[in-house]
Design a protein around this ligand. Structure first.
Ligand code: COD
Ligand code: ATP
Length: 204
């Protein structure tokens, strides 16, 4: 049986950093952020709906979605965020399920669904185990500002648009503490995968 692992965290707690580790253990990852970019490419149904609702001000001159502009609108406005989610999420879910089924049919030991909004969107039924990448809130804010070059106010707004990382950690089957070095984090992830019995190459 394929174990489906739901990987999540809150913004900038280190989900992508952990997500990249799975390649080394030959465990496939389905990335919801990546799919959410694909489904809003020009020509896709979600693209048309976004332009209808948000207007031309969320478009670049190339016709593509201006992601920073759309982000500015939706992170500060819950109603508009819900509208965007209602356009983008069903399409992302459909593609995620298709990919998950593909890997299950291939008989993989495990597959990872990397979903930032796993709990917010109530998607825990899509997975068998949940793994939350945790950091203390001060570190989360600092890493977010450093990574995006964003102001404290914008960073706090993004953090507030999700369930807090402490709360997610309480709901998780496994919590990975990413306050330390990336290497320390990797040791924890590996140990957890070993415990779940999904490592093909335990020596790695
Ligand atoms: C608003 C958008 C255009 C901003 O794009 P940008 O390139 O700046 O950010 P990116 O997509 O890389 O997301 C970065 C992080 O922001 C957080 N985030 C993104 N969307 C949301 C949301 N709707 N609610 C709460 N947090 C979100 C996630 O932690 C995500 O990992 C984009 O995030 C988007 O289209 N969001 C709606 C789709 C969505 O919910 N995606 C996340 C999971 S599928
Ligand atoms: N253990 C660590 N030590 C130092 N920096 C780290 C560590 N883990 C992650 N980072 C850095 O913190 C930032 C956030 O990490 P990452 O992008 O992996 O988070 P994320 O949870 O995927 O974010 P998002 O929700 O925005 O997609 C990045 O700049 C990353 O390089």
């Amino acid at each position: 049986m394929t174990v489906v692992i739901g990987l999540t965290g809150s913004i900038a707690t280190g989900k992508s950093t952990v997500s990249r580790m799975f390649a080394e253990w030959d465990i496939p990852v389905i990335d919801a952020d990546k799919l959410s970019r694909e489904v809003v490419e020009p020509g896709e149904a979600a693209y048309e709906k976004i332009v209808d609702f948000f207007g031309d001000e969320v478009l670049l001159h190339t016709g593509e979605i201006d992601r920073p502009a759309l982000g500015k609108i939706i992170f500060g406005d819950e109603e508009k965020r819900k509208r965007l989610n209602a356009i983008v999420h069903p399409e992302v879910r459909k593609r995620m399920i298709e990919k998950r089924e593909y890997y299950k049919e291939r008989g993989e030991n495990a597959v990872v669904l990397d979903i930032p909004l796993l709990y917010e969107s109530g998607l825990t039924d899509y997975v068998n185990r949940t793994m939350v990448v945790f950091v203390d809130e001060e570190i989360q804010l600092q890493r977010l500002m450093d990574r995006d070059g964003s102001a404290r106010e914008d960073a706090n707004e993004r953090i507030a648009s999700q369930i807090s990382i402490k709360e997610k950690a309480r709901m998780a089957d496994a919590v990975i503490d990413n306050n330390g070095s990336v290497e320390e984090t990797k040791i924890q992830v590996r140990k957890q995968l070993e415990e779940w019995g999904v490592l093909k190459n335990p020596e790695k």
